[in-house]
Design a binder for this molecule. Sequence first.
Ligand code: FMN
Length: 361
Amino acid sequence: MSSSWGNALKISIFGESHGPGIGVVLDGVPAGLALDLEQINTFMRRRAPGRDKTSTPRKEKDLPEILSGFWNGYTTGTPLTALIQNSDTHSSDYSQFASIARPGHADYTGFVRYHGFNDIRGGGHFSGRLTAPLCFAGAVAKQLLAQKGVLVGAHIFRAAGIPDQPYPTLSLDAQTLLSPGEKDFPVLDDAAGEQMRAAVEKARLAQDSVGGIVECGVIGMPAGIGSPMFDGLENGLASLIFGIPAVKGLEFGDGFAAADLLGSQNNDPFCIRDGKVSAETNHAGGILGGISNGLPILLRVAFKPTPSISQTQQTVDFKAMTQGSVNIRGRHDPCIVARAVPVVEAAAALALADAFLSQGM
Ligand SMILES: Cc1cc2nc3c(=O)[nH]c(=O)nc-3n(C[C@H](O)[C@H](O)[C@H](O)COP(=O)(O)O)c2cc1C
């Protein structure tokens, strides 16, 4: 099913961008997890629009209302449901897209797939807004993982071609991992962040948009979580991460760069460190054979530039079968990468929580 995912921990995301609300049902959350609701809301605010000038001016509070599965401060073990109201919708901005395809959007493919019955307002179920319930689910998964000593964080690795510092691949500590998430613009190097912001603003003024890369790190992961072949950690992570709109690429560890290395350069020599099996380097990004090796898990996610730009663009009317042009009005992120940082964390946390629970841990 398109918007349901998971083995031991299942999520089902519902709603459309301009419908009454969006939400998620989580099934498989163990009973007795003391949810910190303030922590969930703080995490959700990191994704919500309007936090930084690089994001859309659409105002949404993104306050999840928990409808089931939570009682007296603890999860009950039965389905946990959260609903988020949509309030700031301008649906008239979208009426023309029932037949005119916005380049870079799913208007045409959605029309063909759903025979014209899909809700086109605000991108409907294809909208980046559907990552709000994903973040709720991810916030719960992060709390579950934290109980096991596993921490997930992320930062903007690159935006508009401008690089941040990378996470250290071996000595990644909690402060370095999590500090970007405490900032309005989640980078390690604030000077690089200022350059990124300036480049985003330049693109916005030129009626254009930019993309970028989010780097995600996981620490405290014990060795031995995951499986080979089709149920590995990389599989689960990839499946959820490609569920995030605008994701076009994903790499683990050295990723595509590993293809140009020699085996002697790419292999991570094993060693014993603090009485544990460890390695001298971490080109593998913490995963071997689909299974965690106890080193930090590192992955990078490429986001395309925001498809909605206010320049006139060539397109077609797919009902009238004519070629013409389109001008997109409405409110859009000139760069979605900052808002995508917590979304990547959420997707990663869900994949890892599912892997733990699938092994009865
Ligand atoms: C957090 C987030 C916010 C987004 N905001 C916008 C936006 O304001 N304008 C836009 O055109 N696309 C936005 N997108 C991307 C589109 O939803 C996405 O590119 C589009 O639905 C087509 O899907 P695809 O790129 O996965 O093929 C956003 C994506 C995310 C993850």
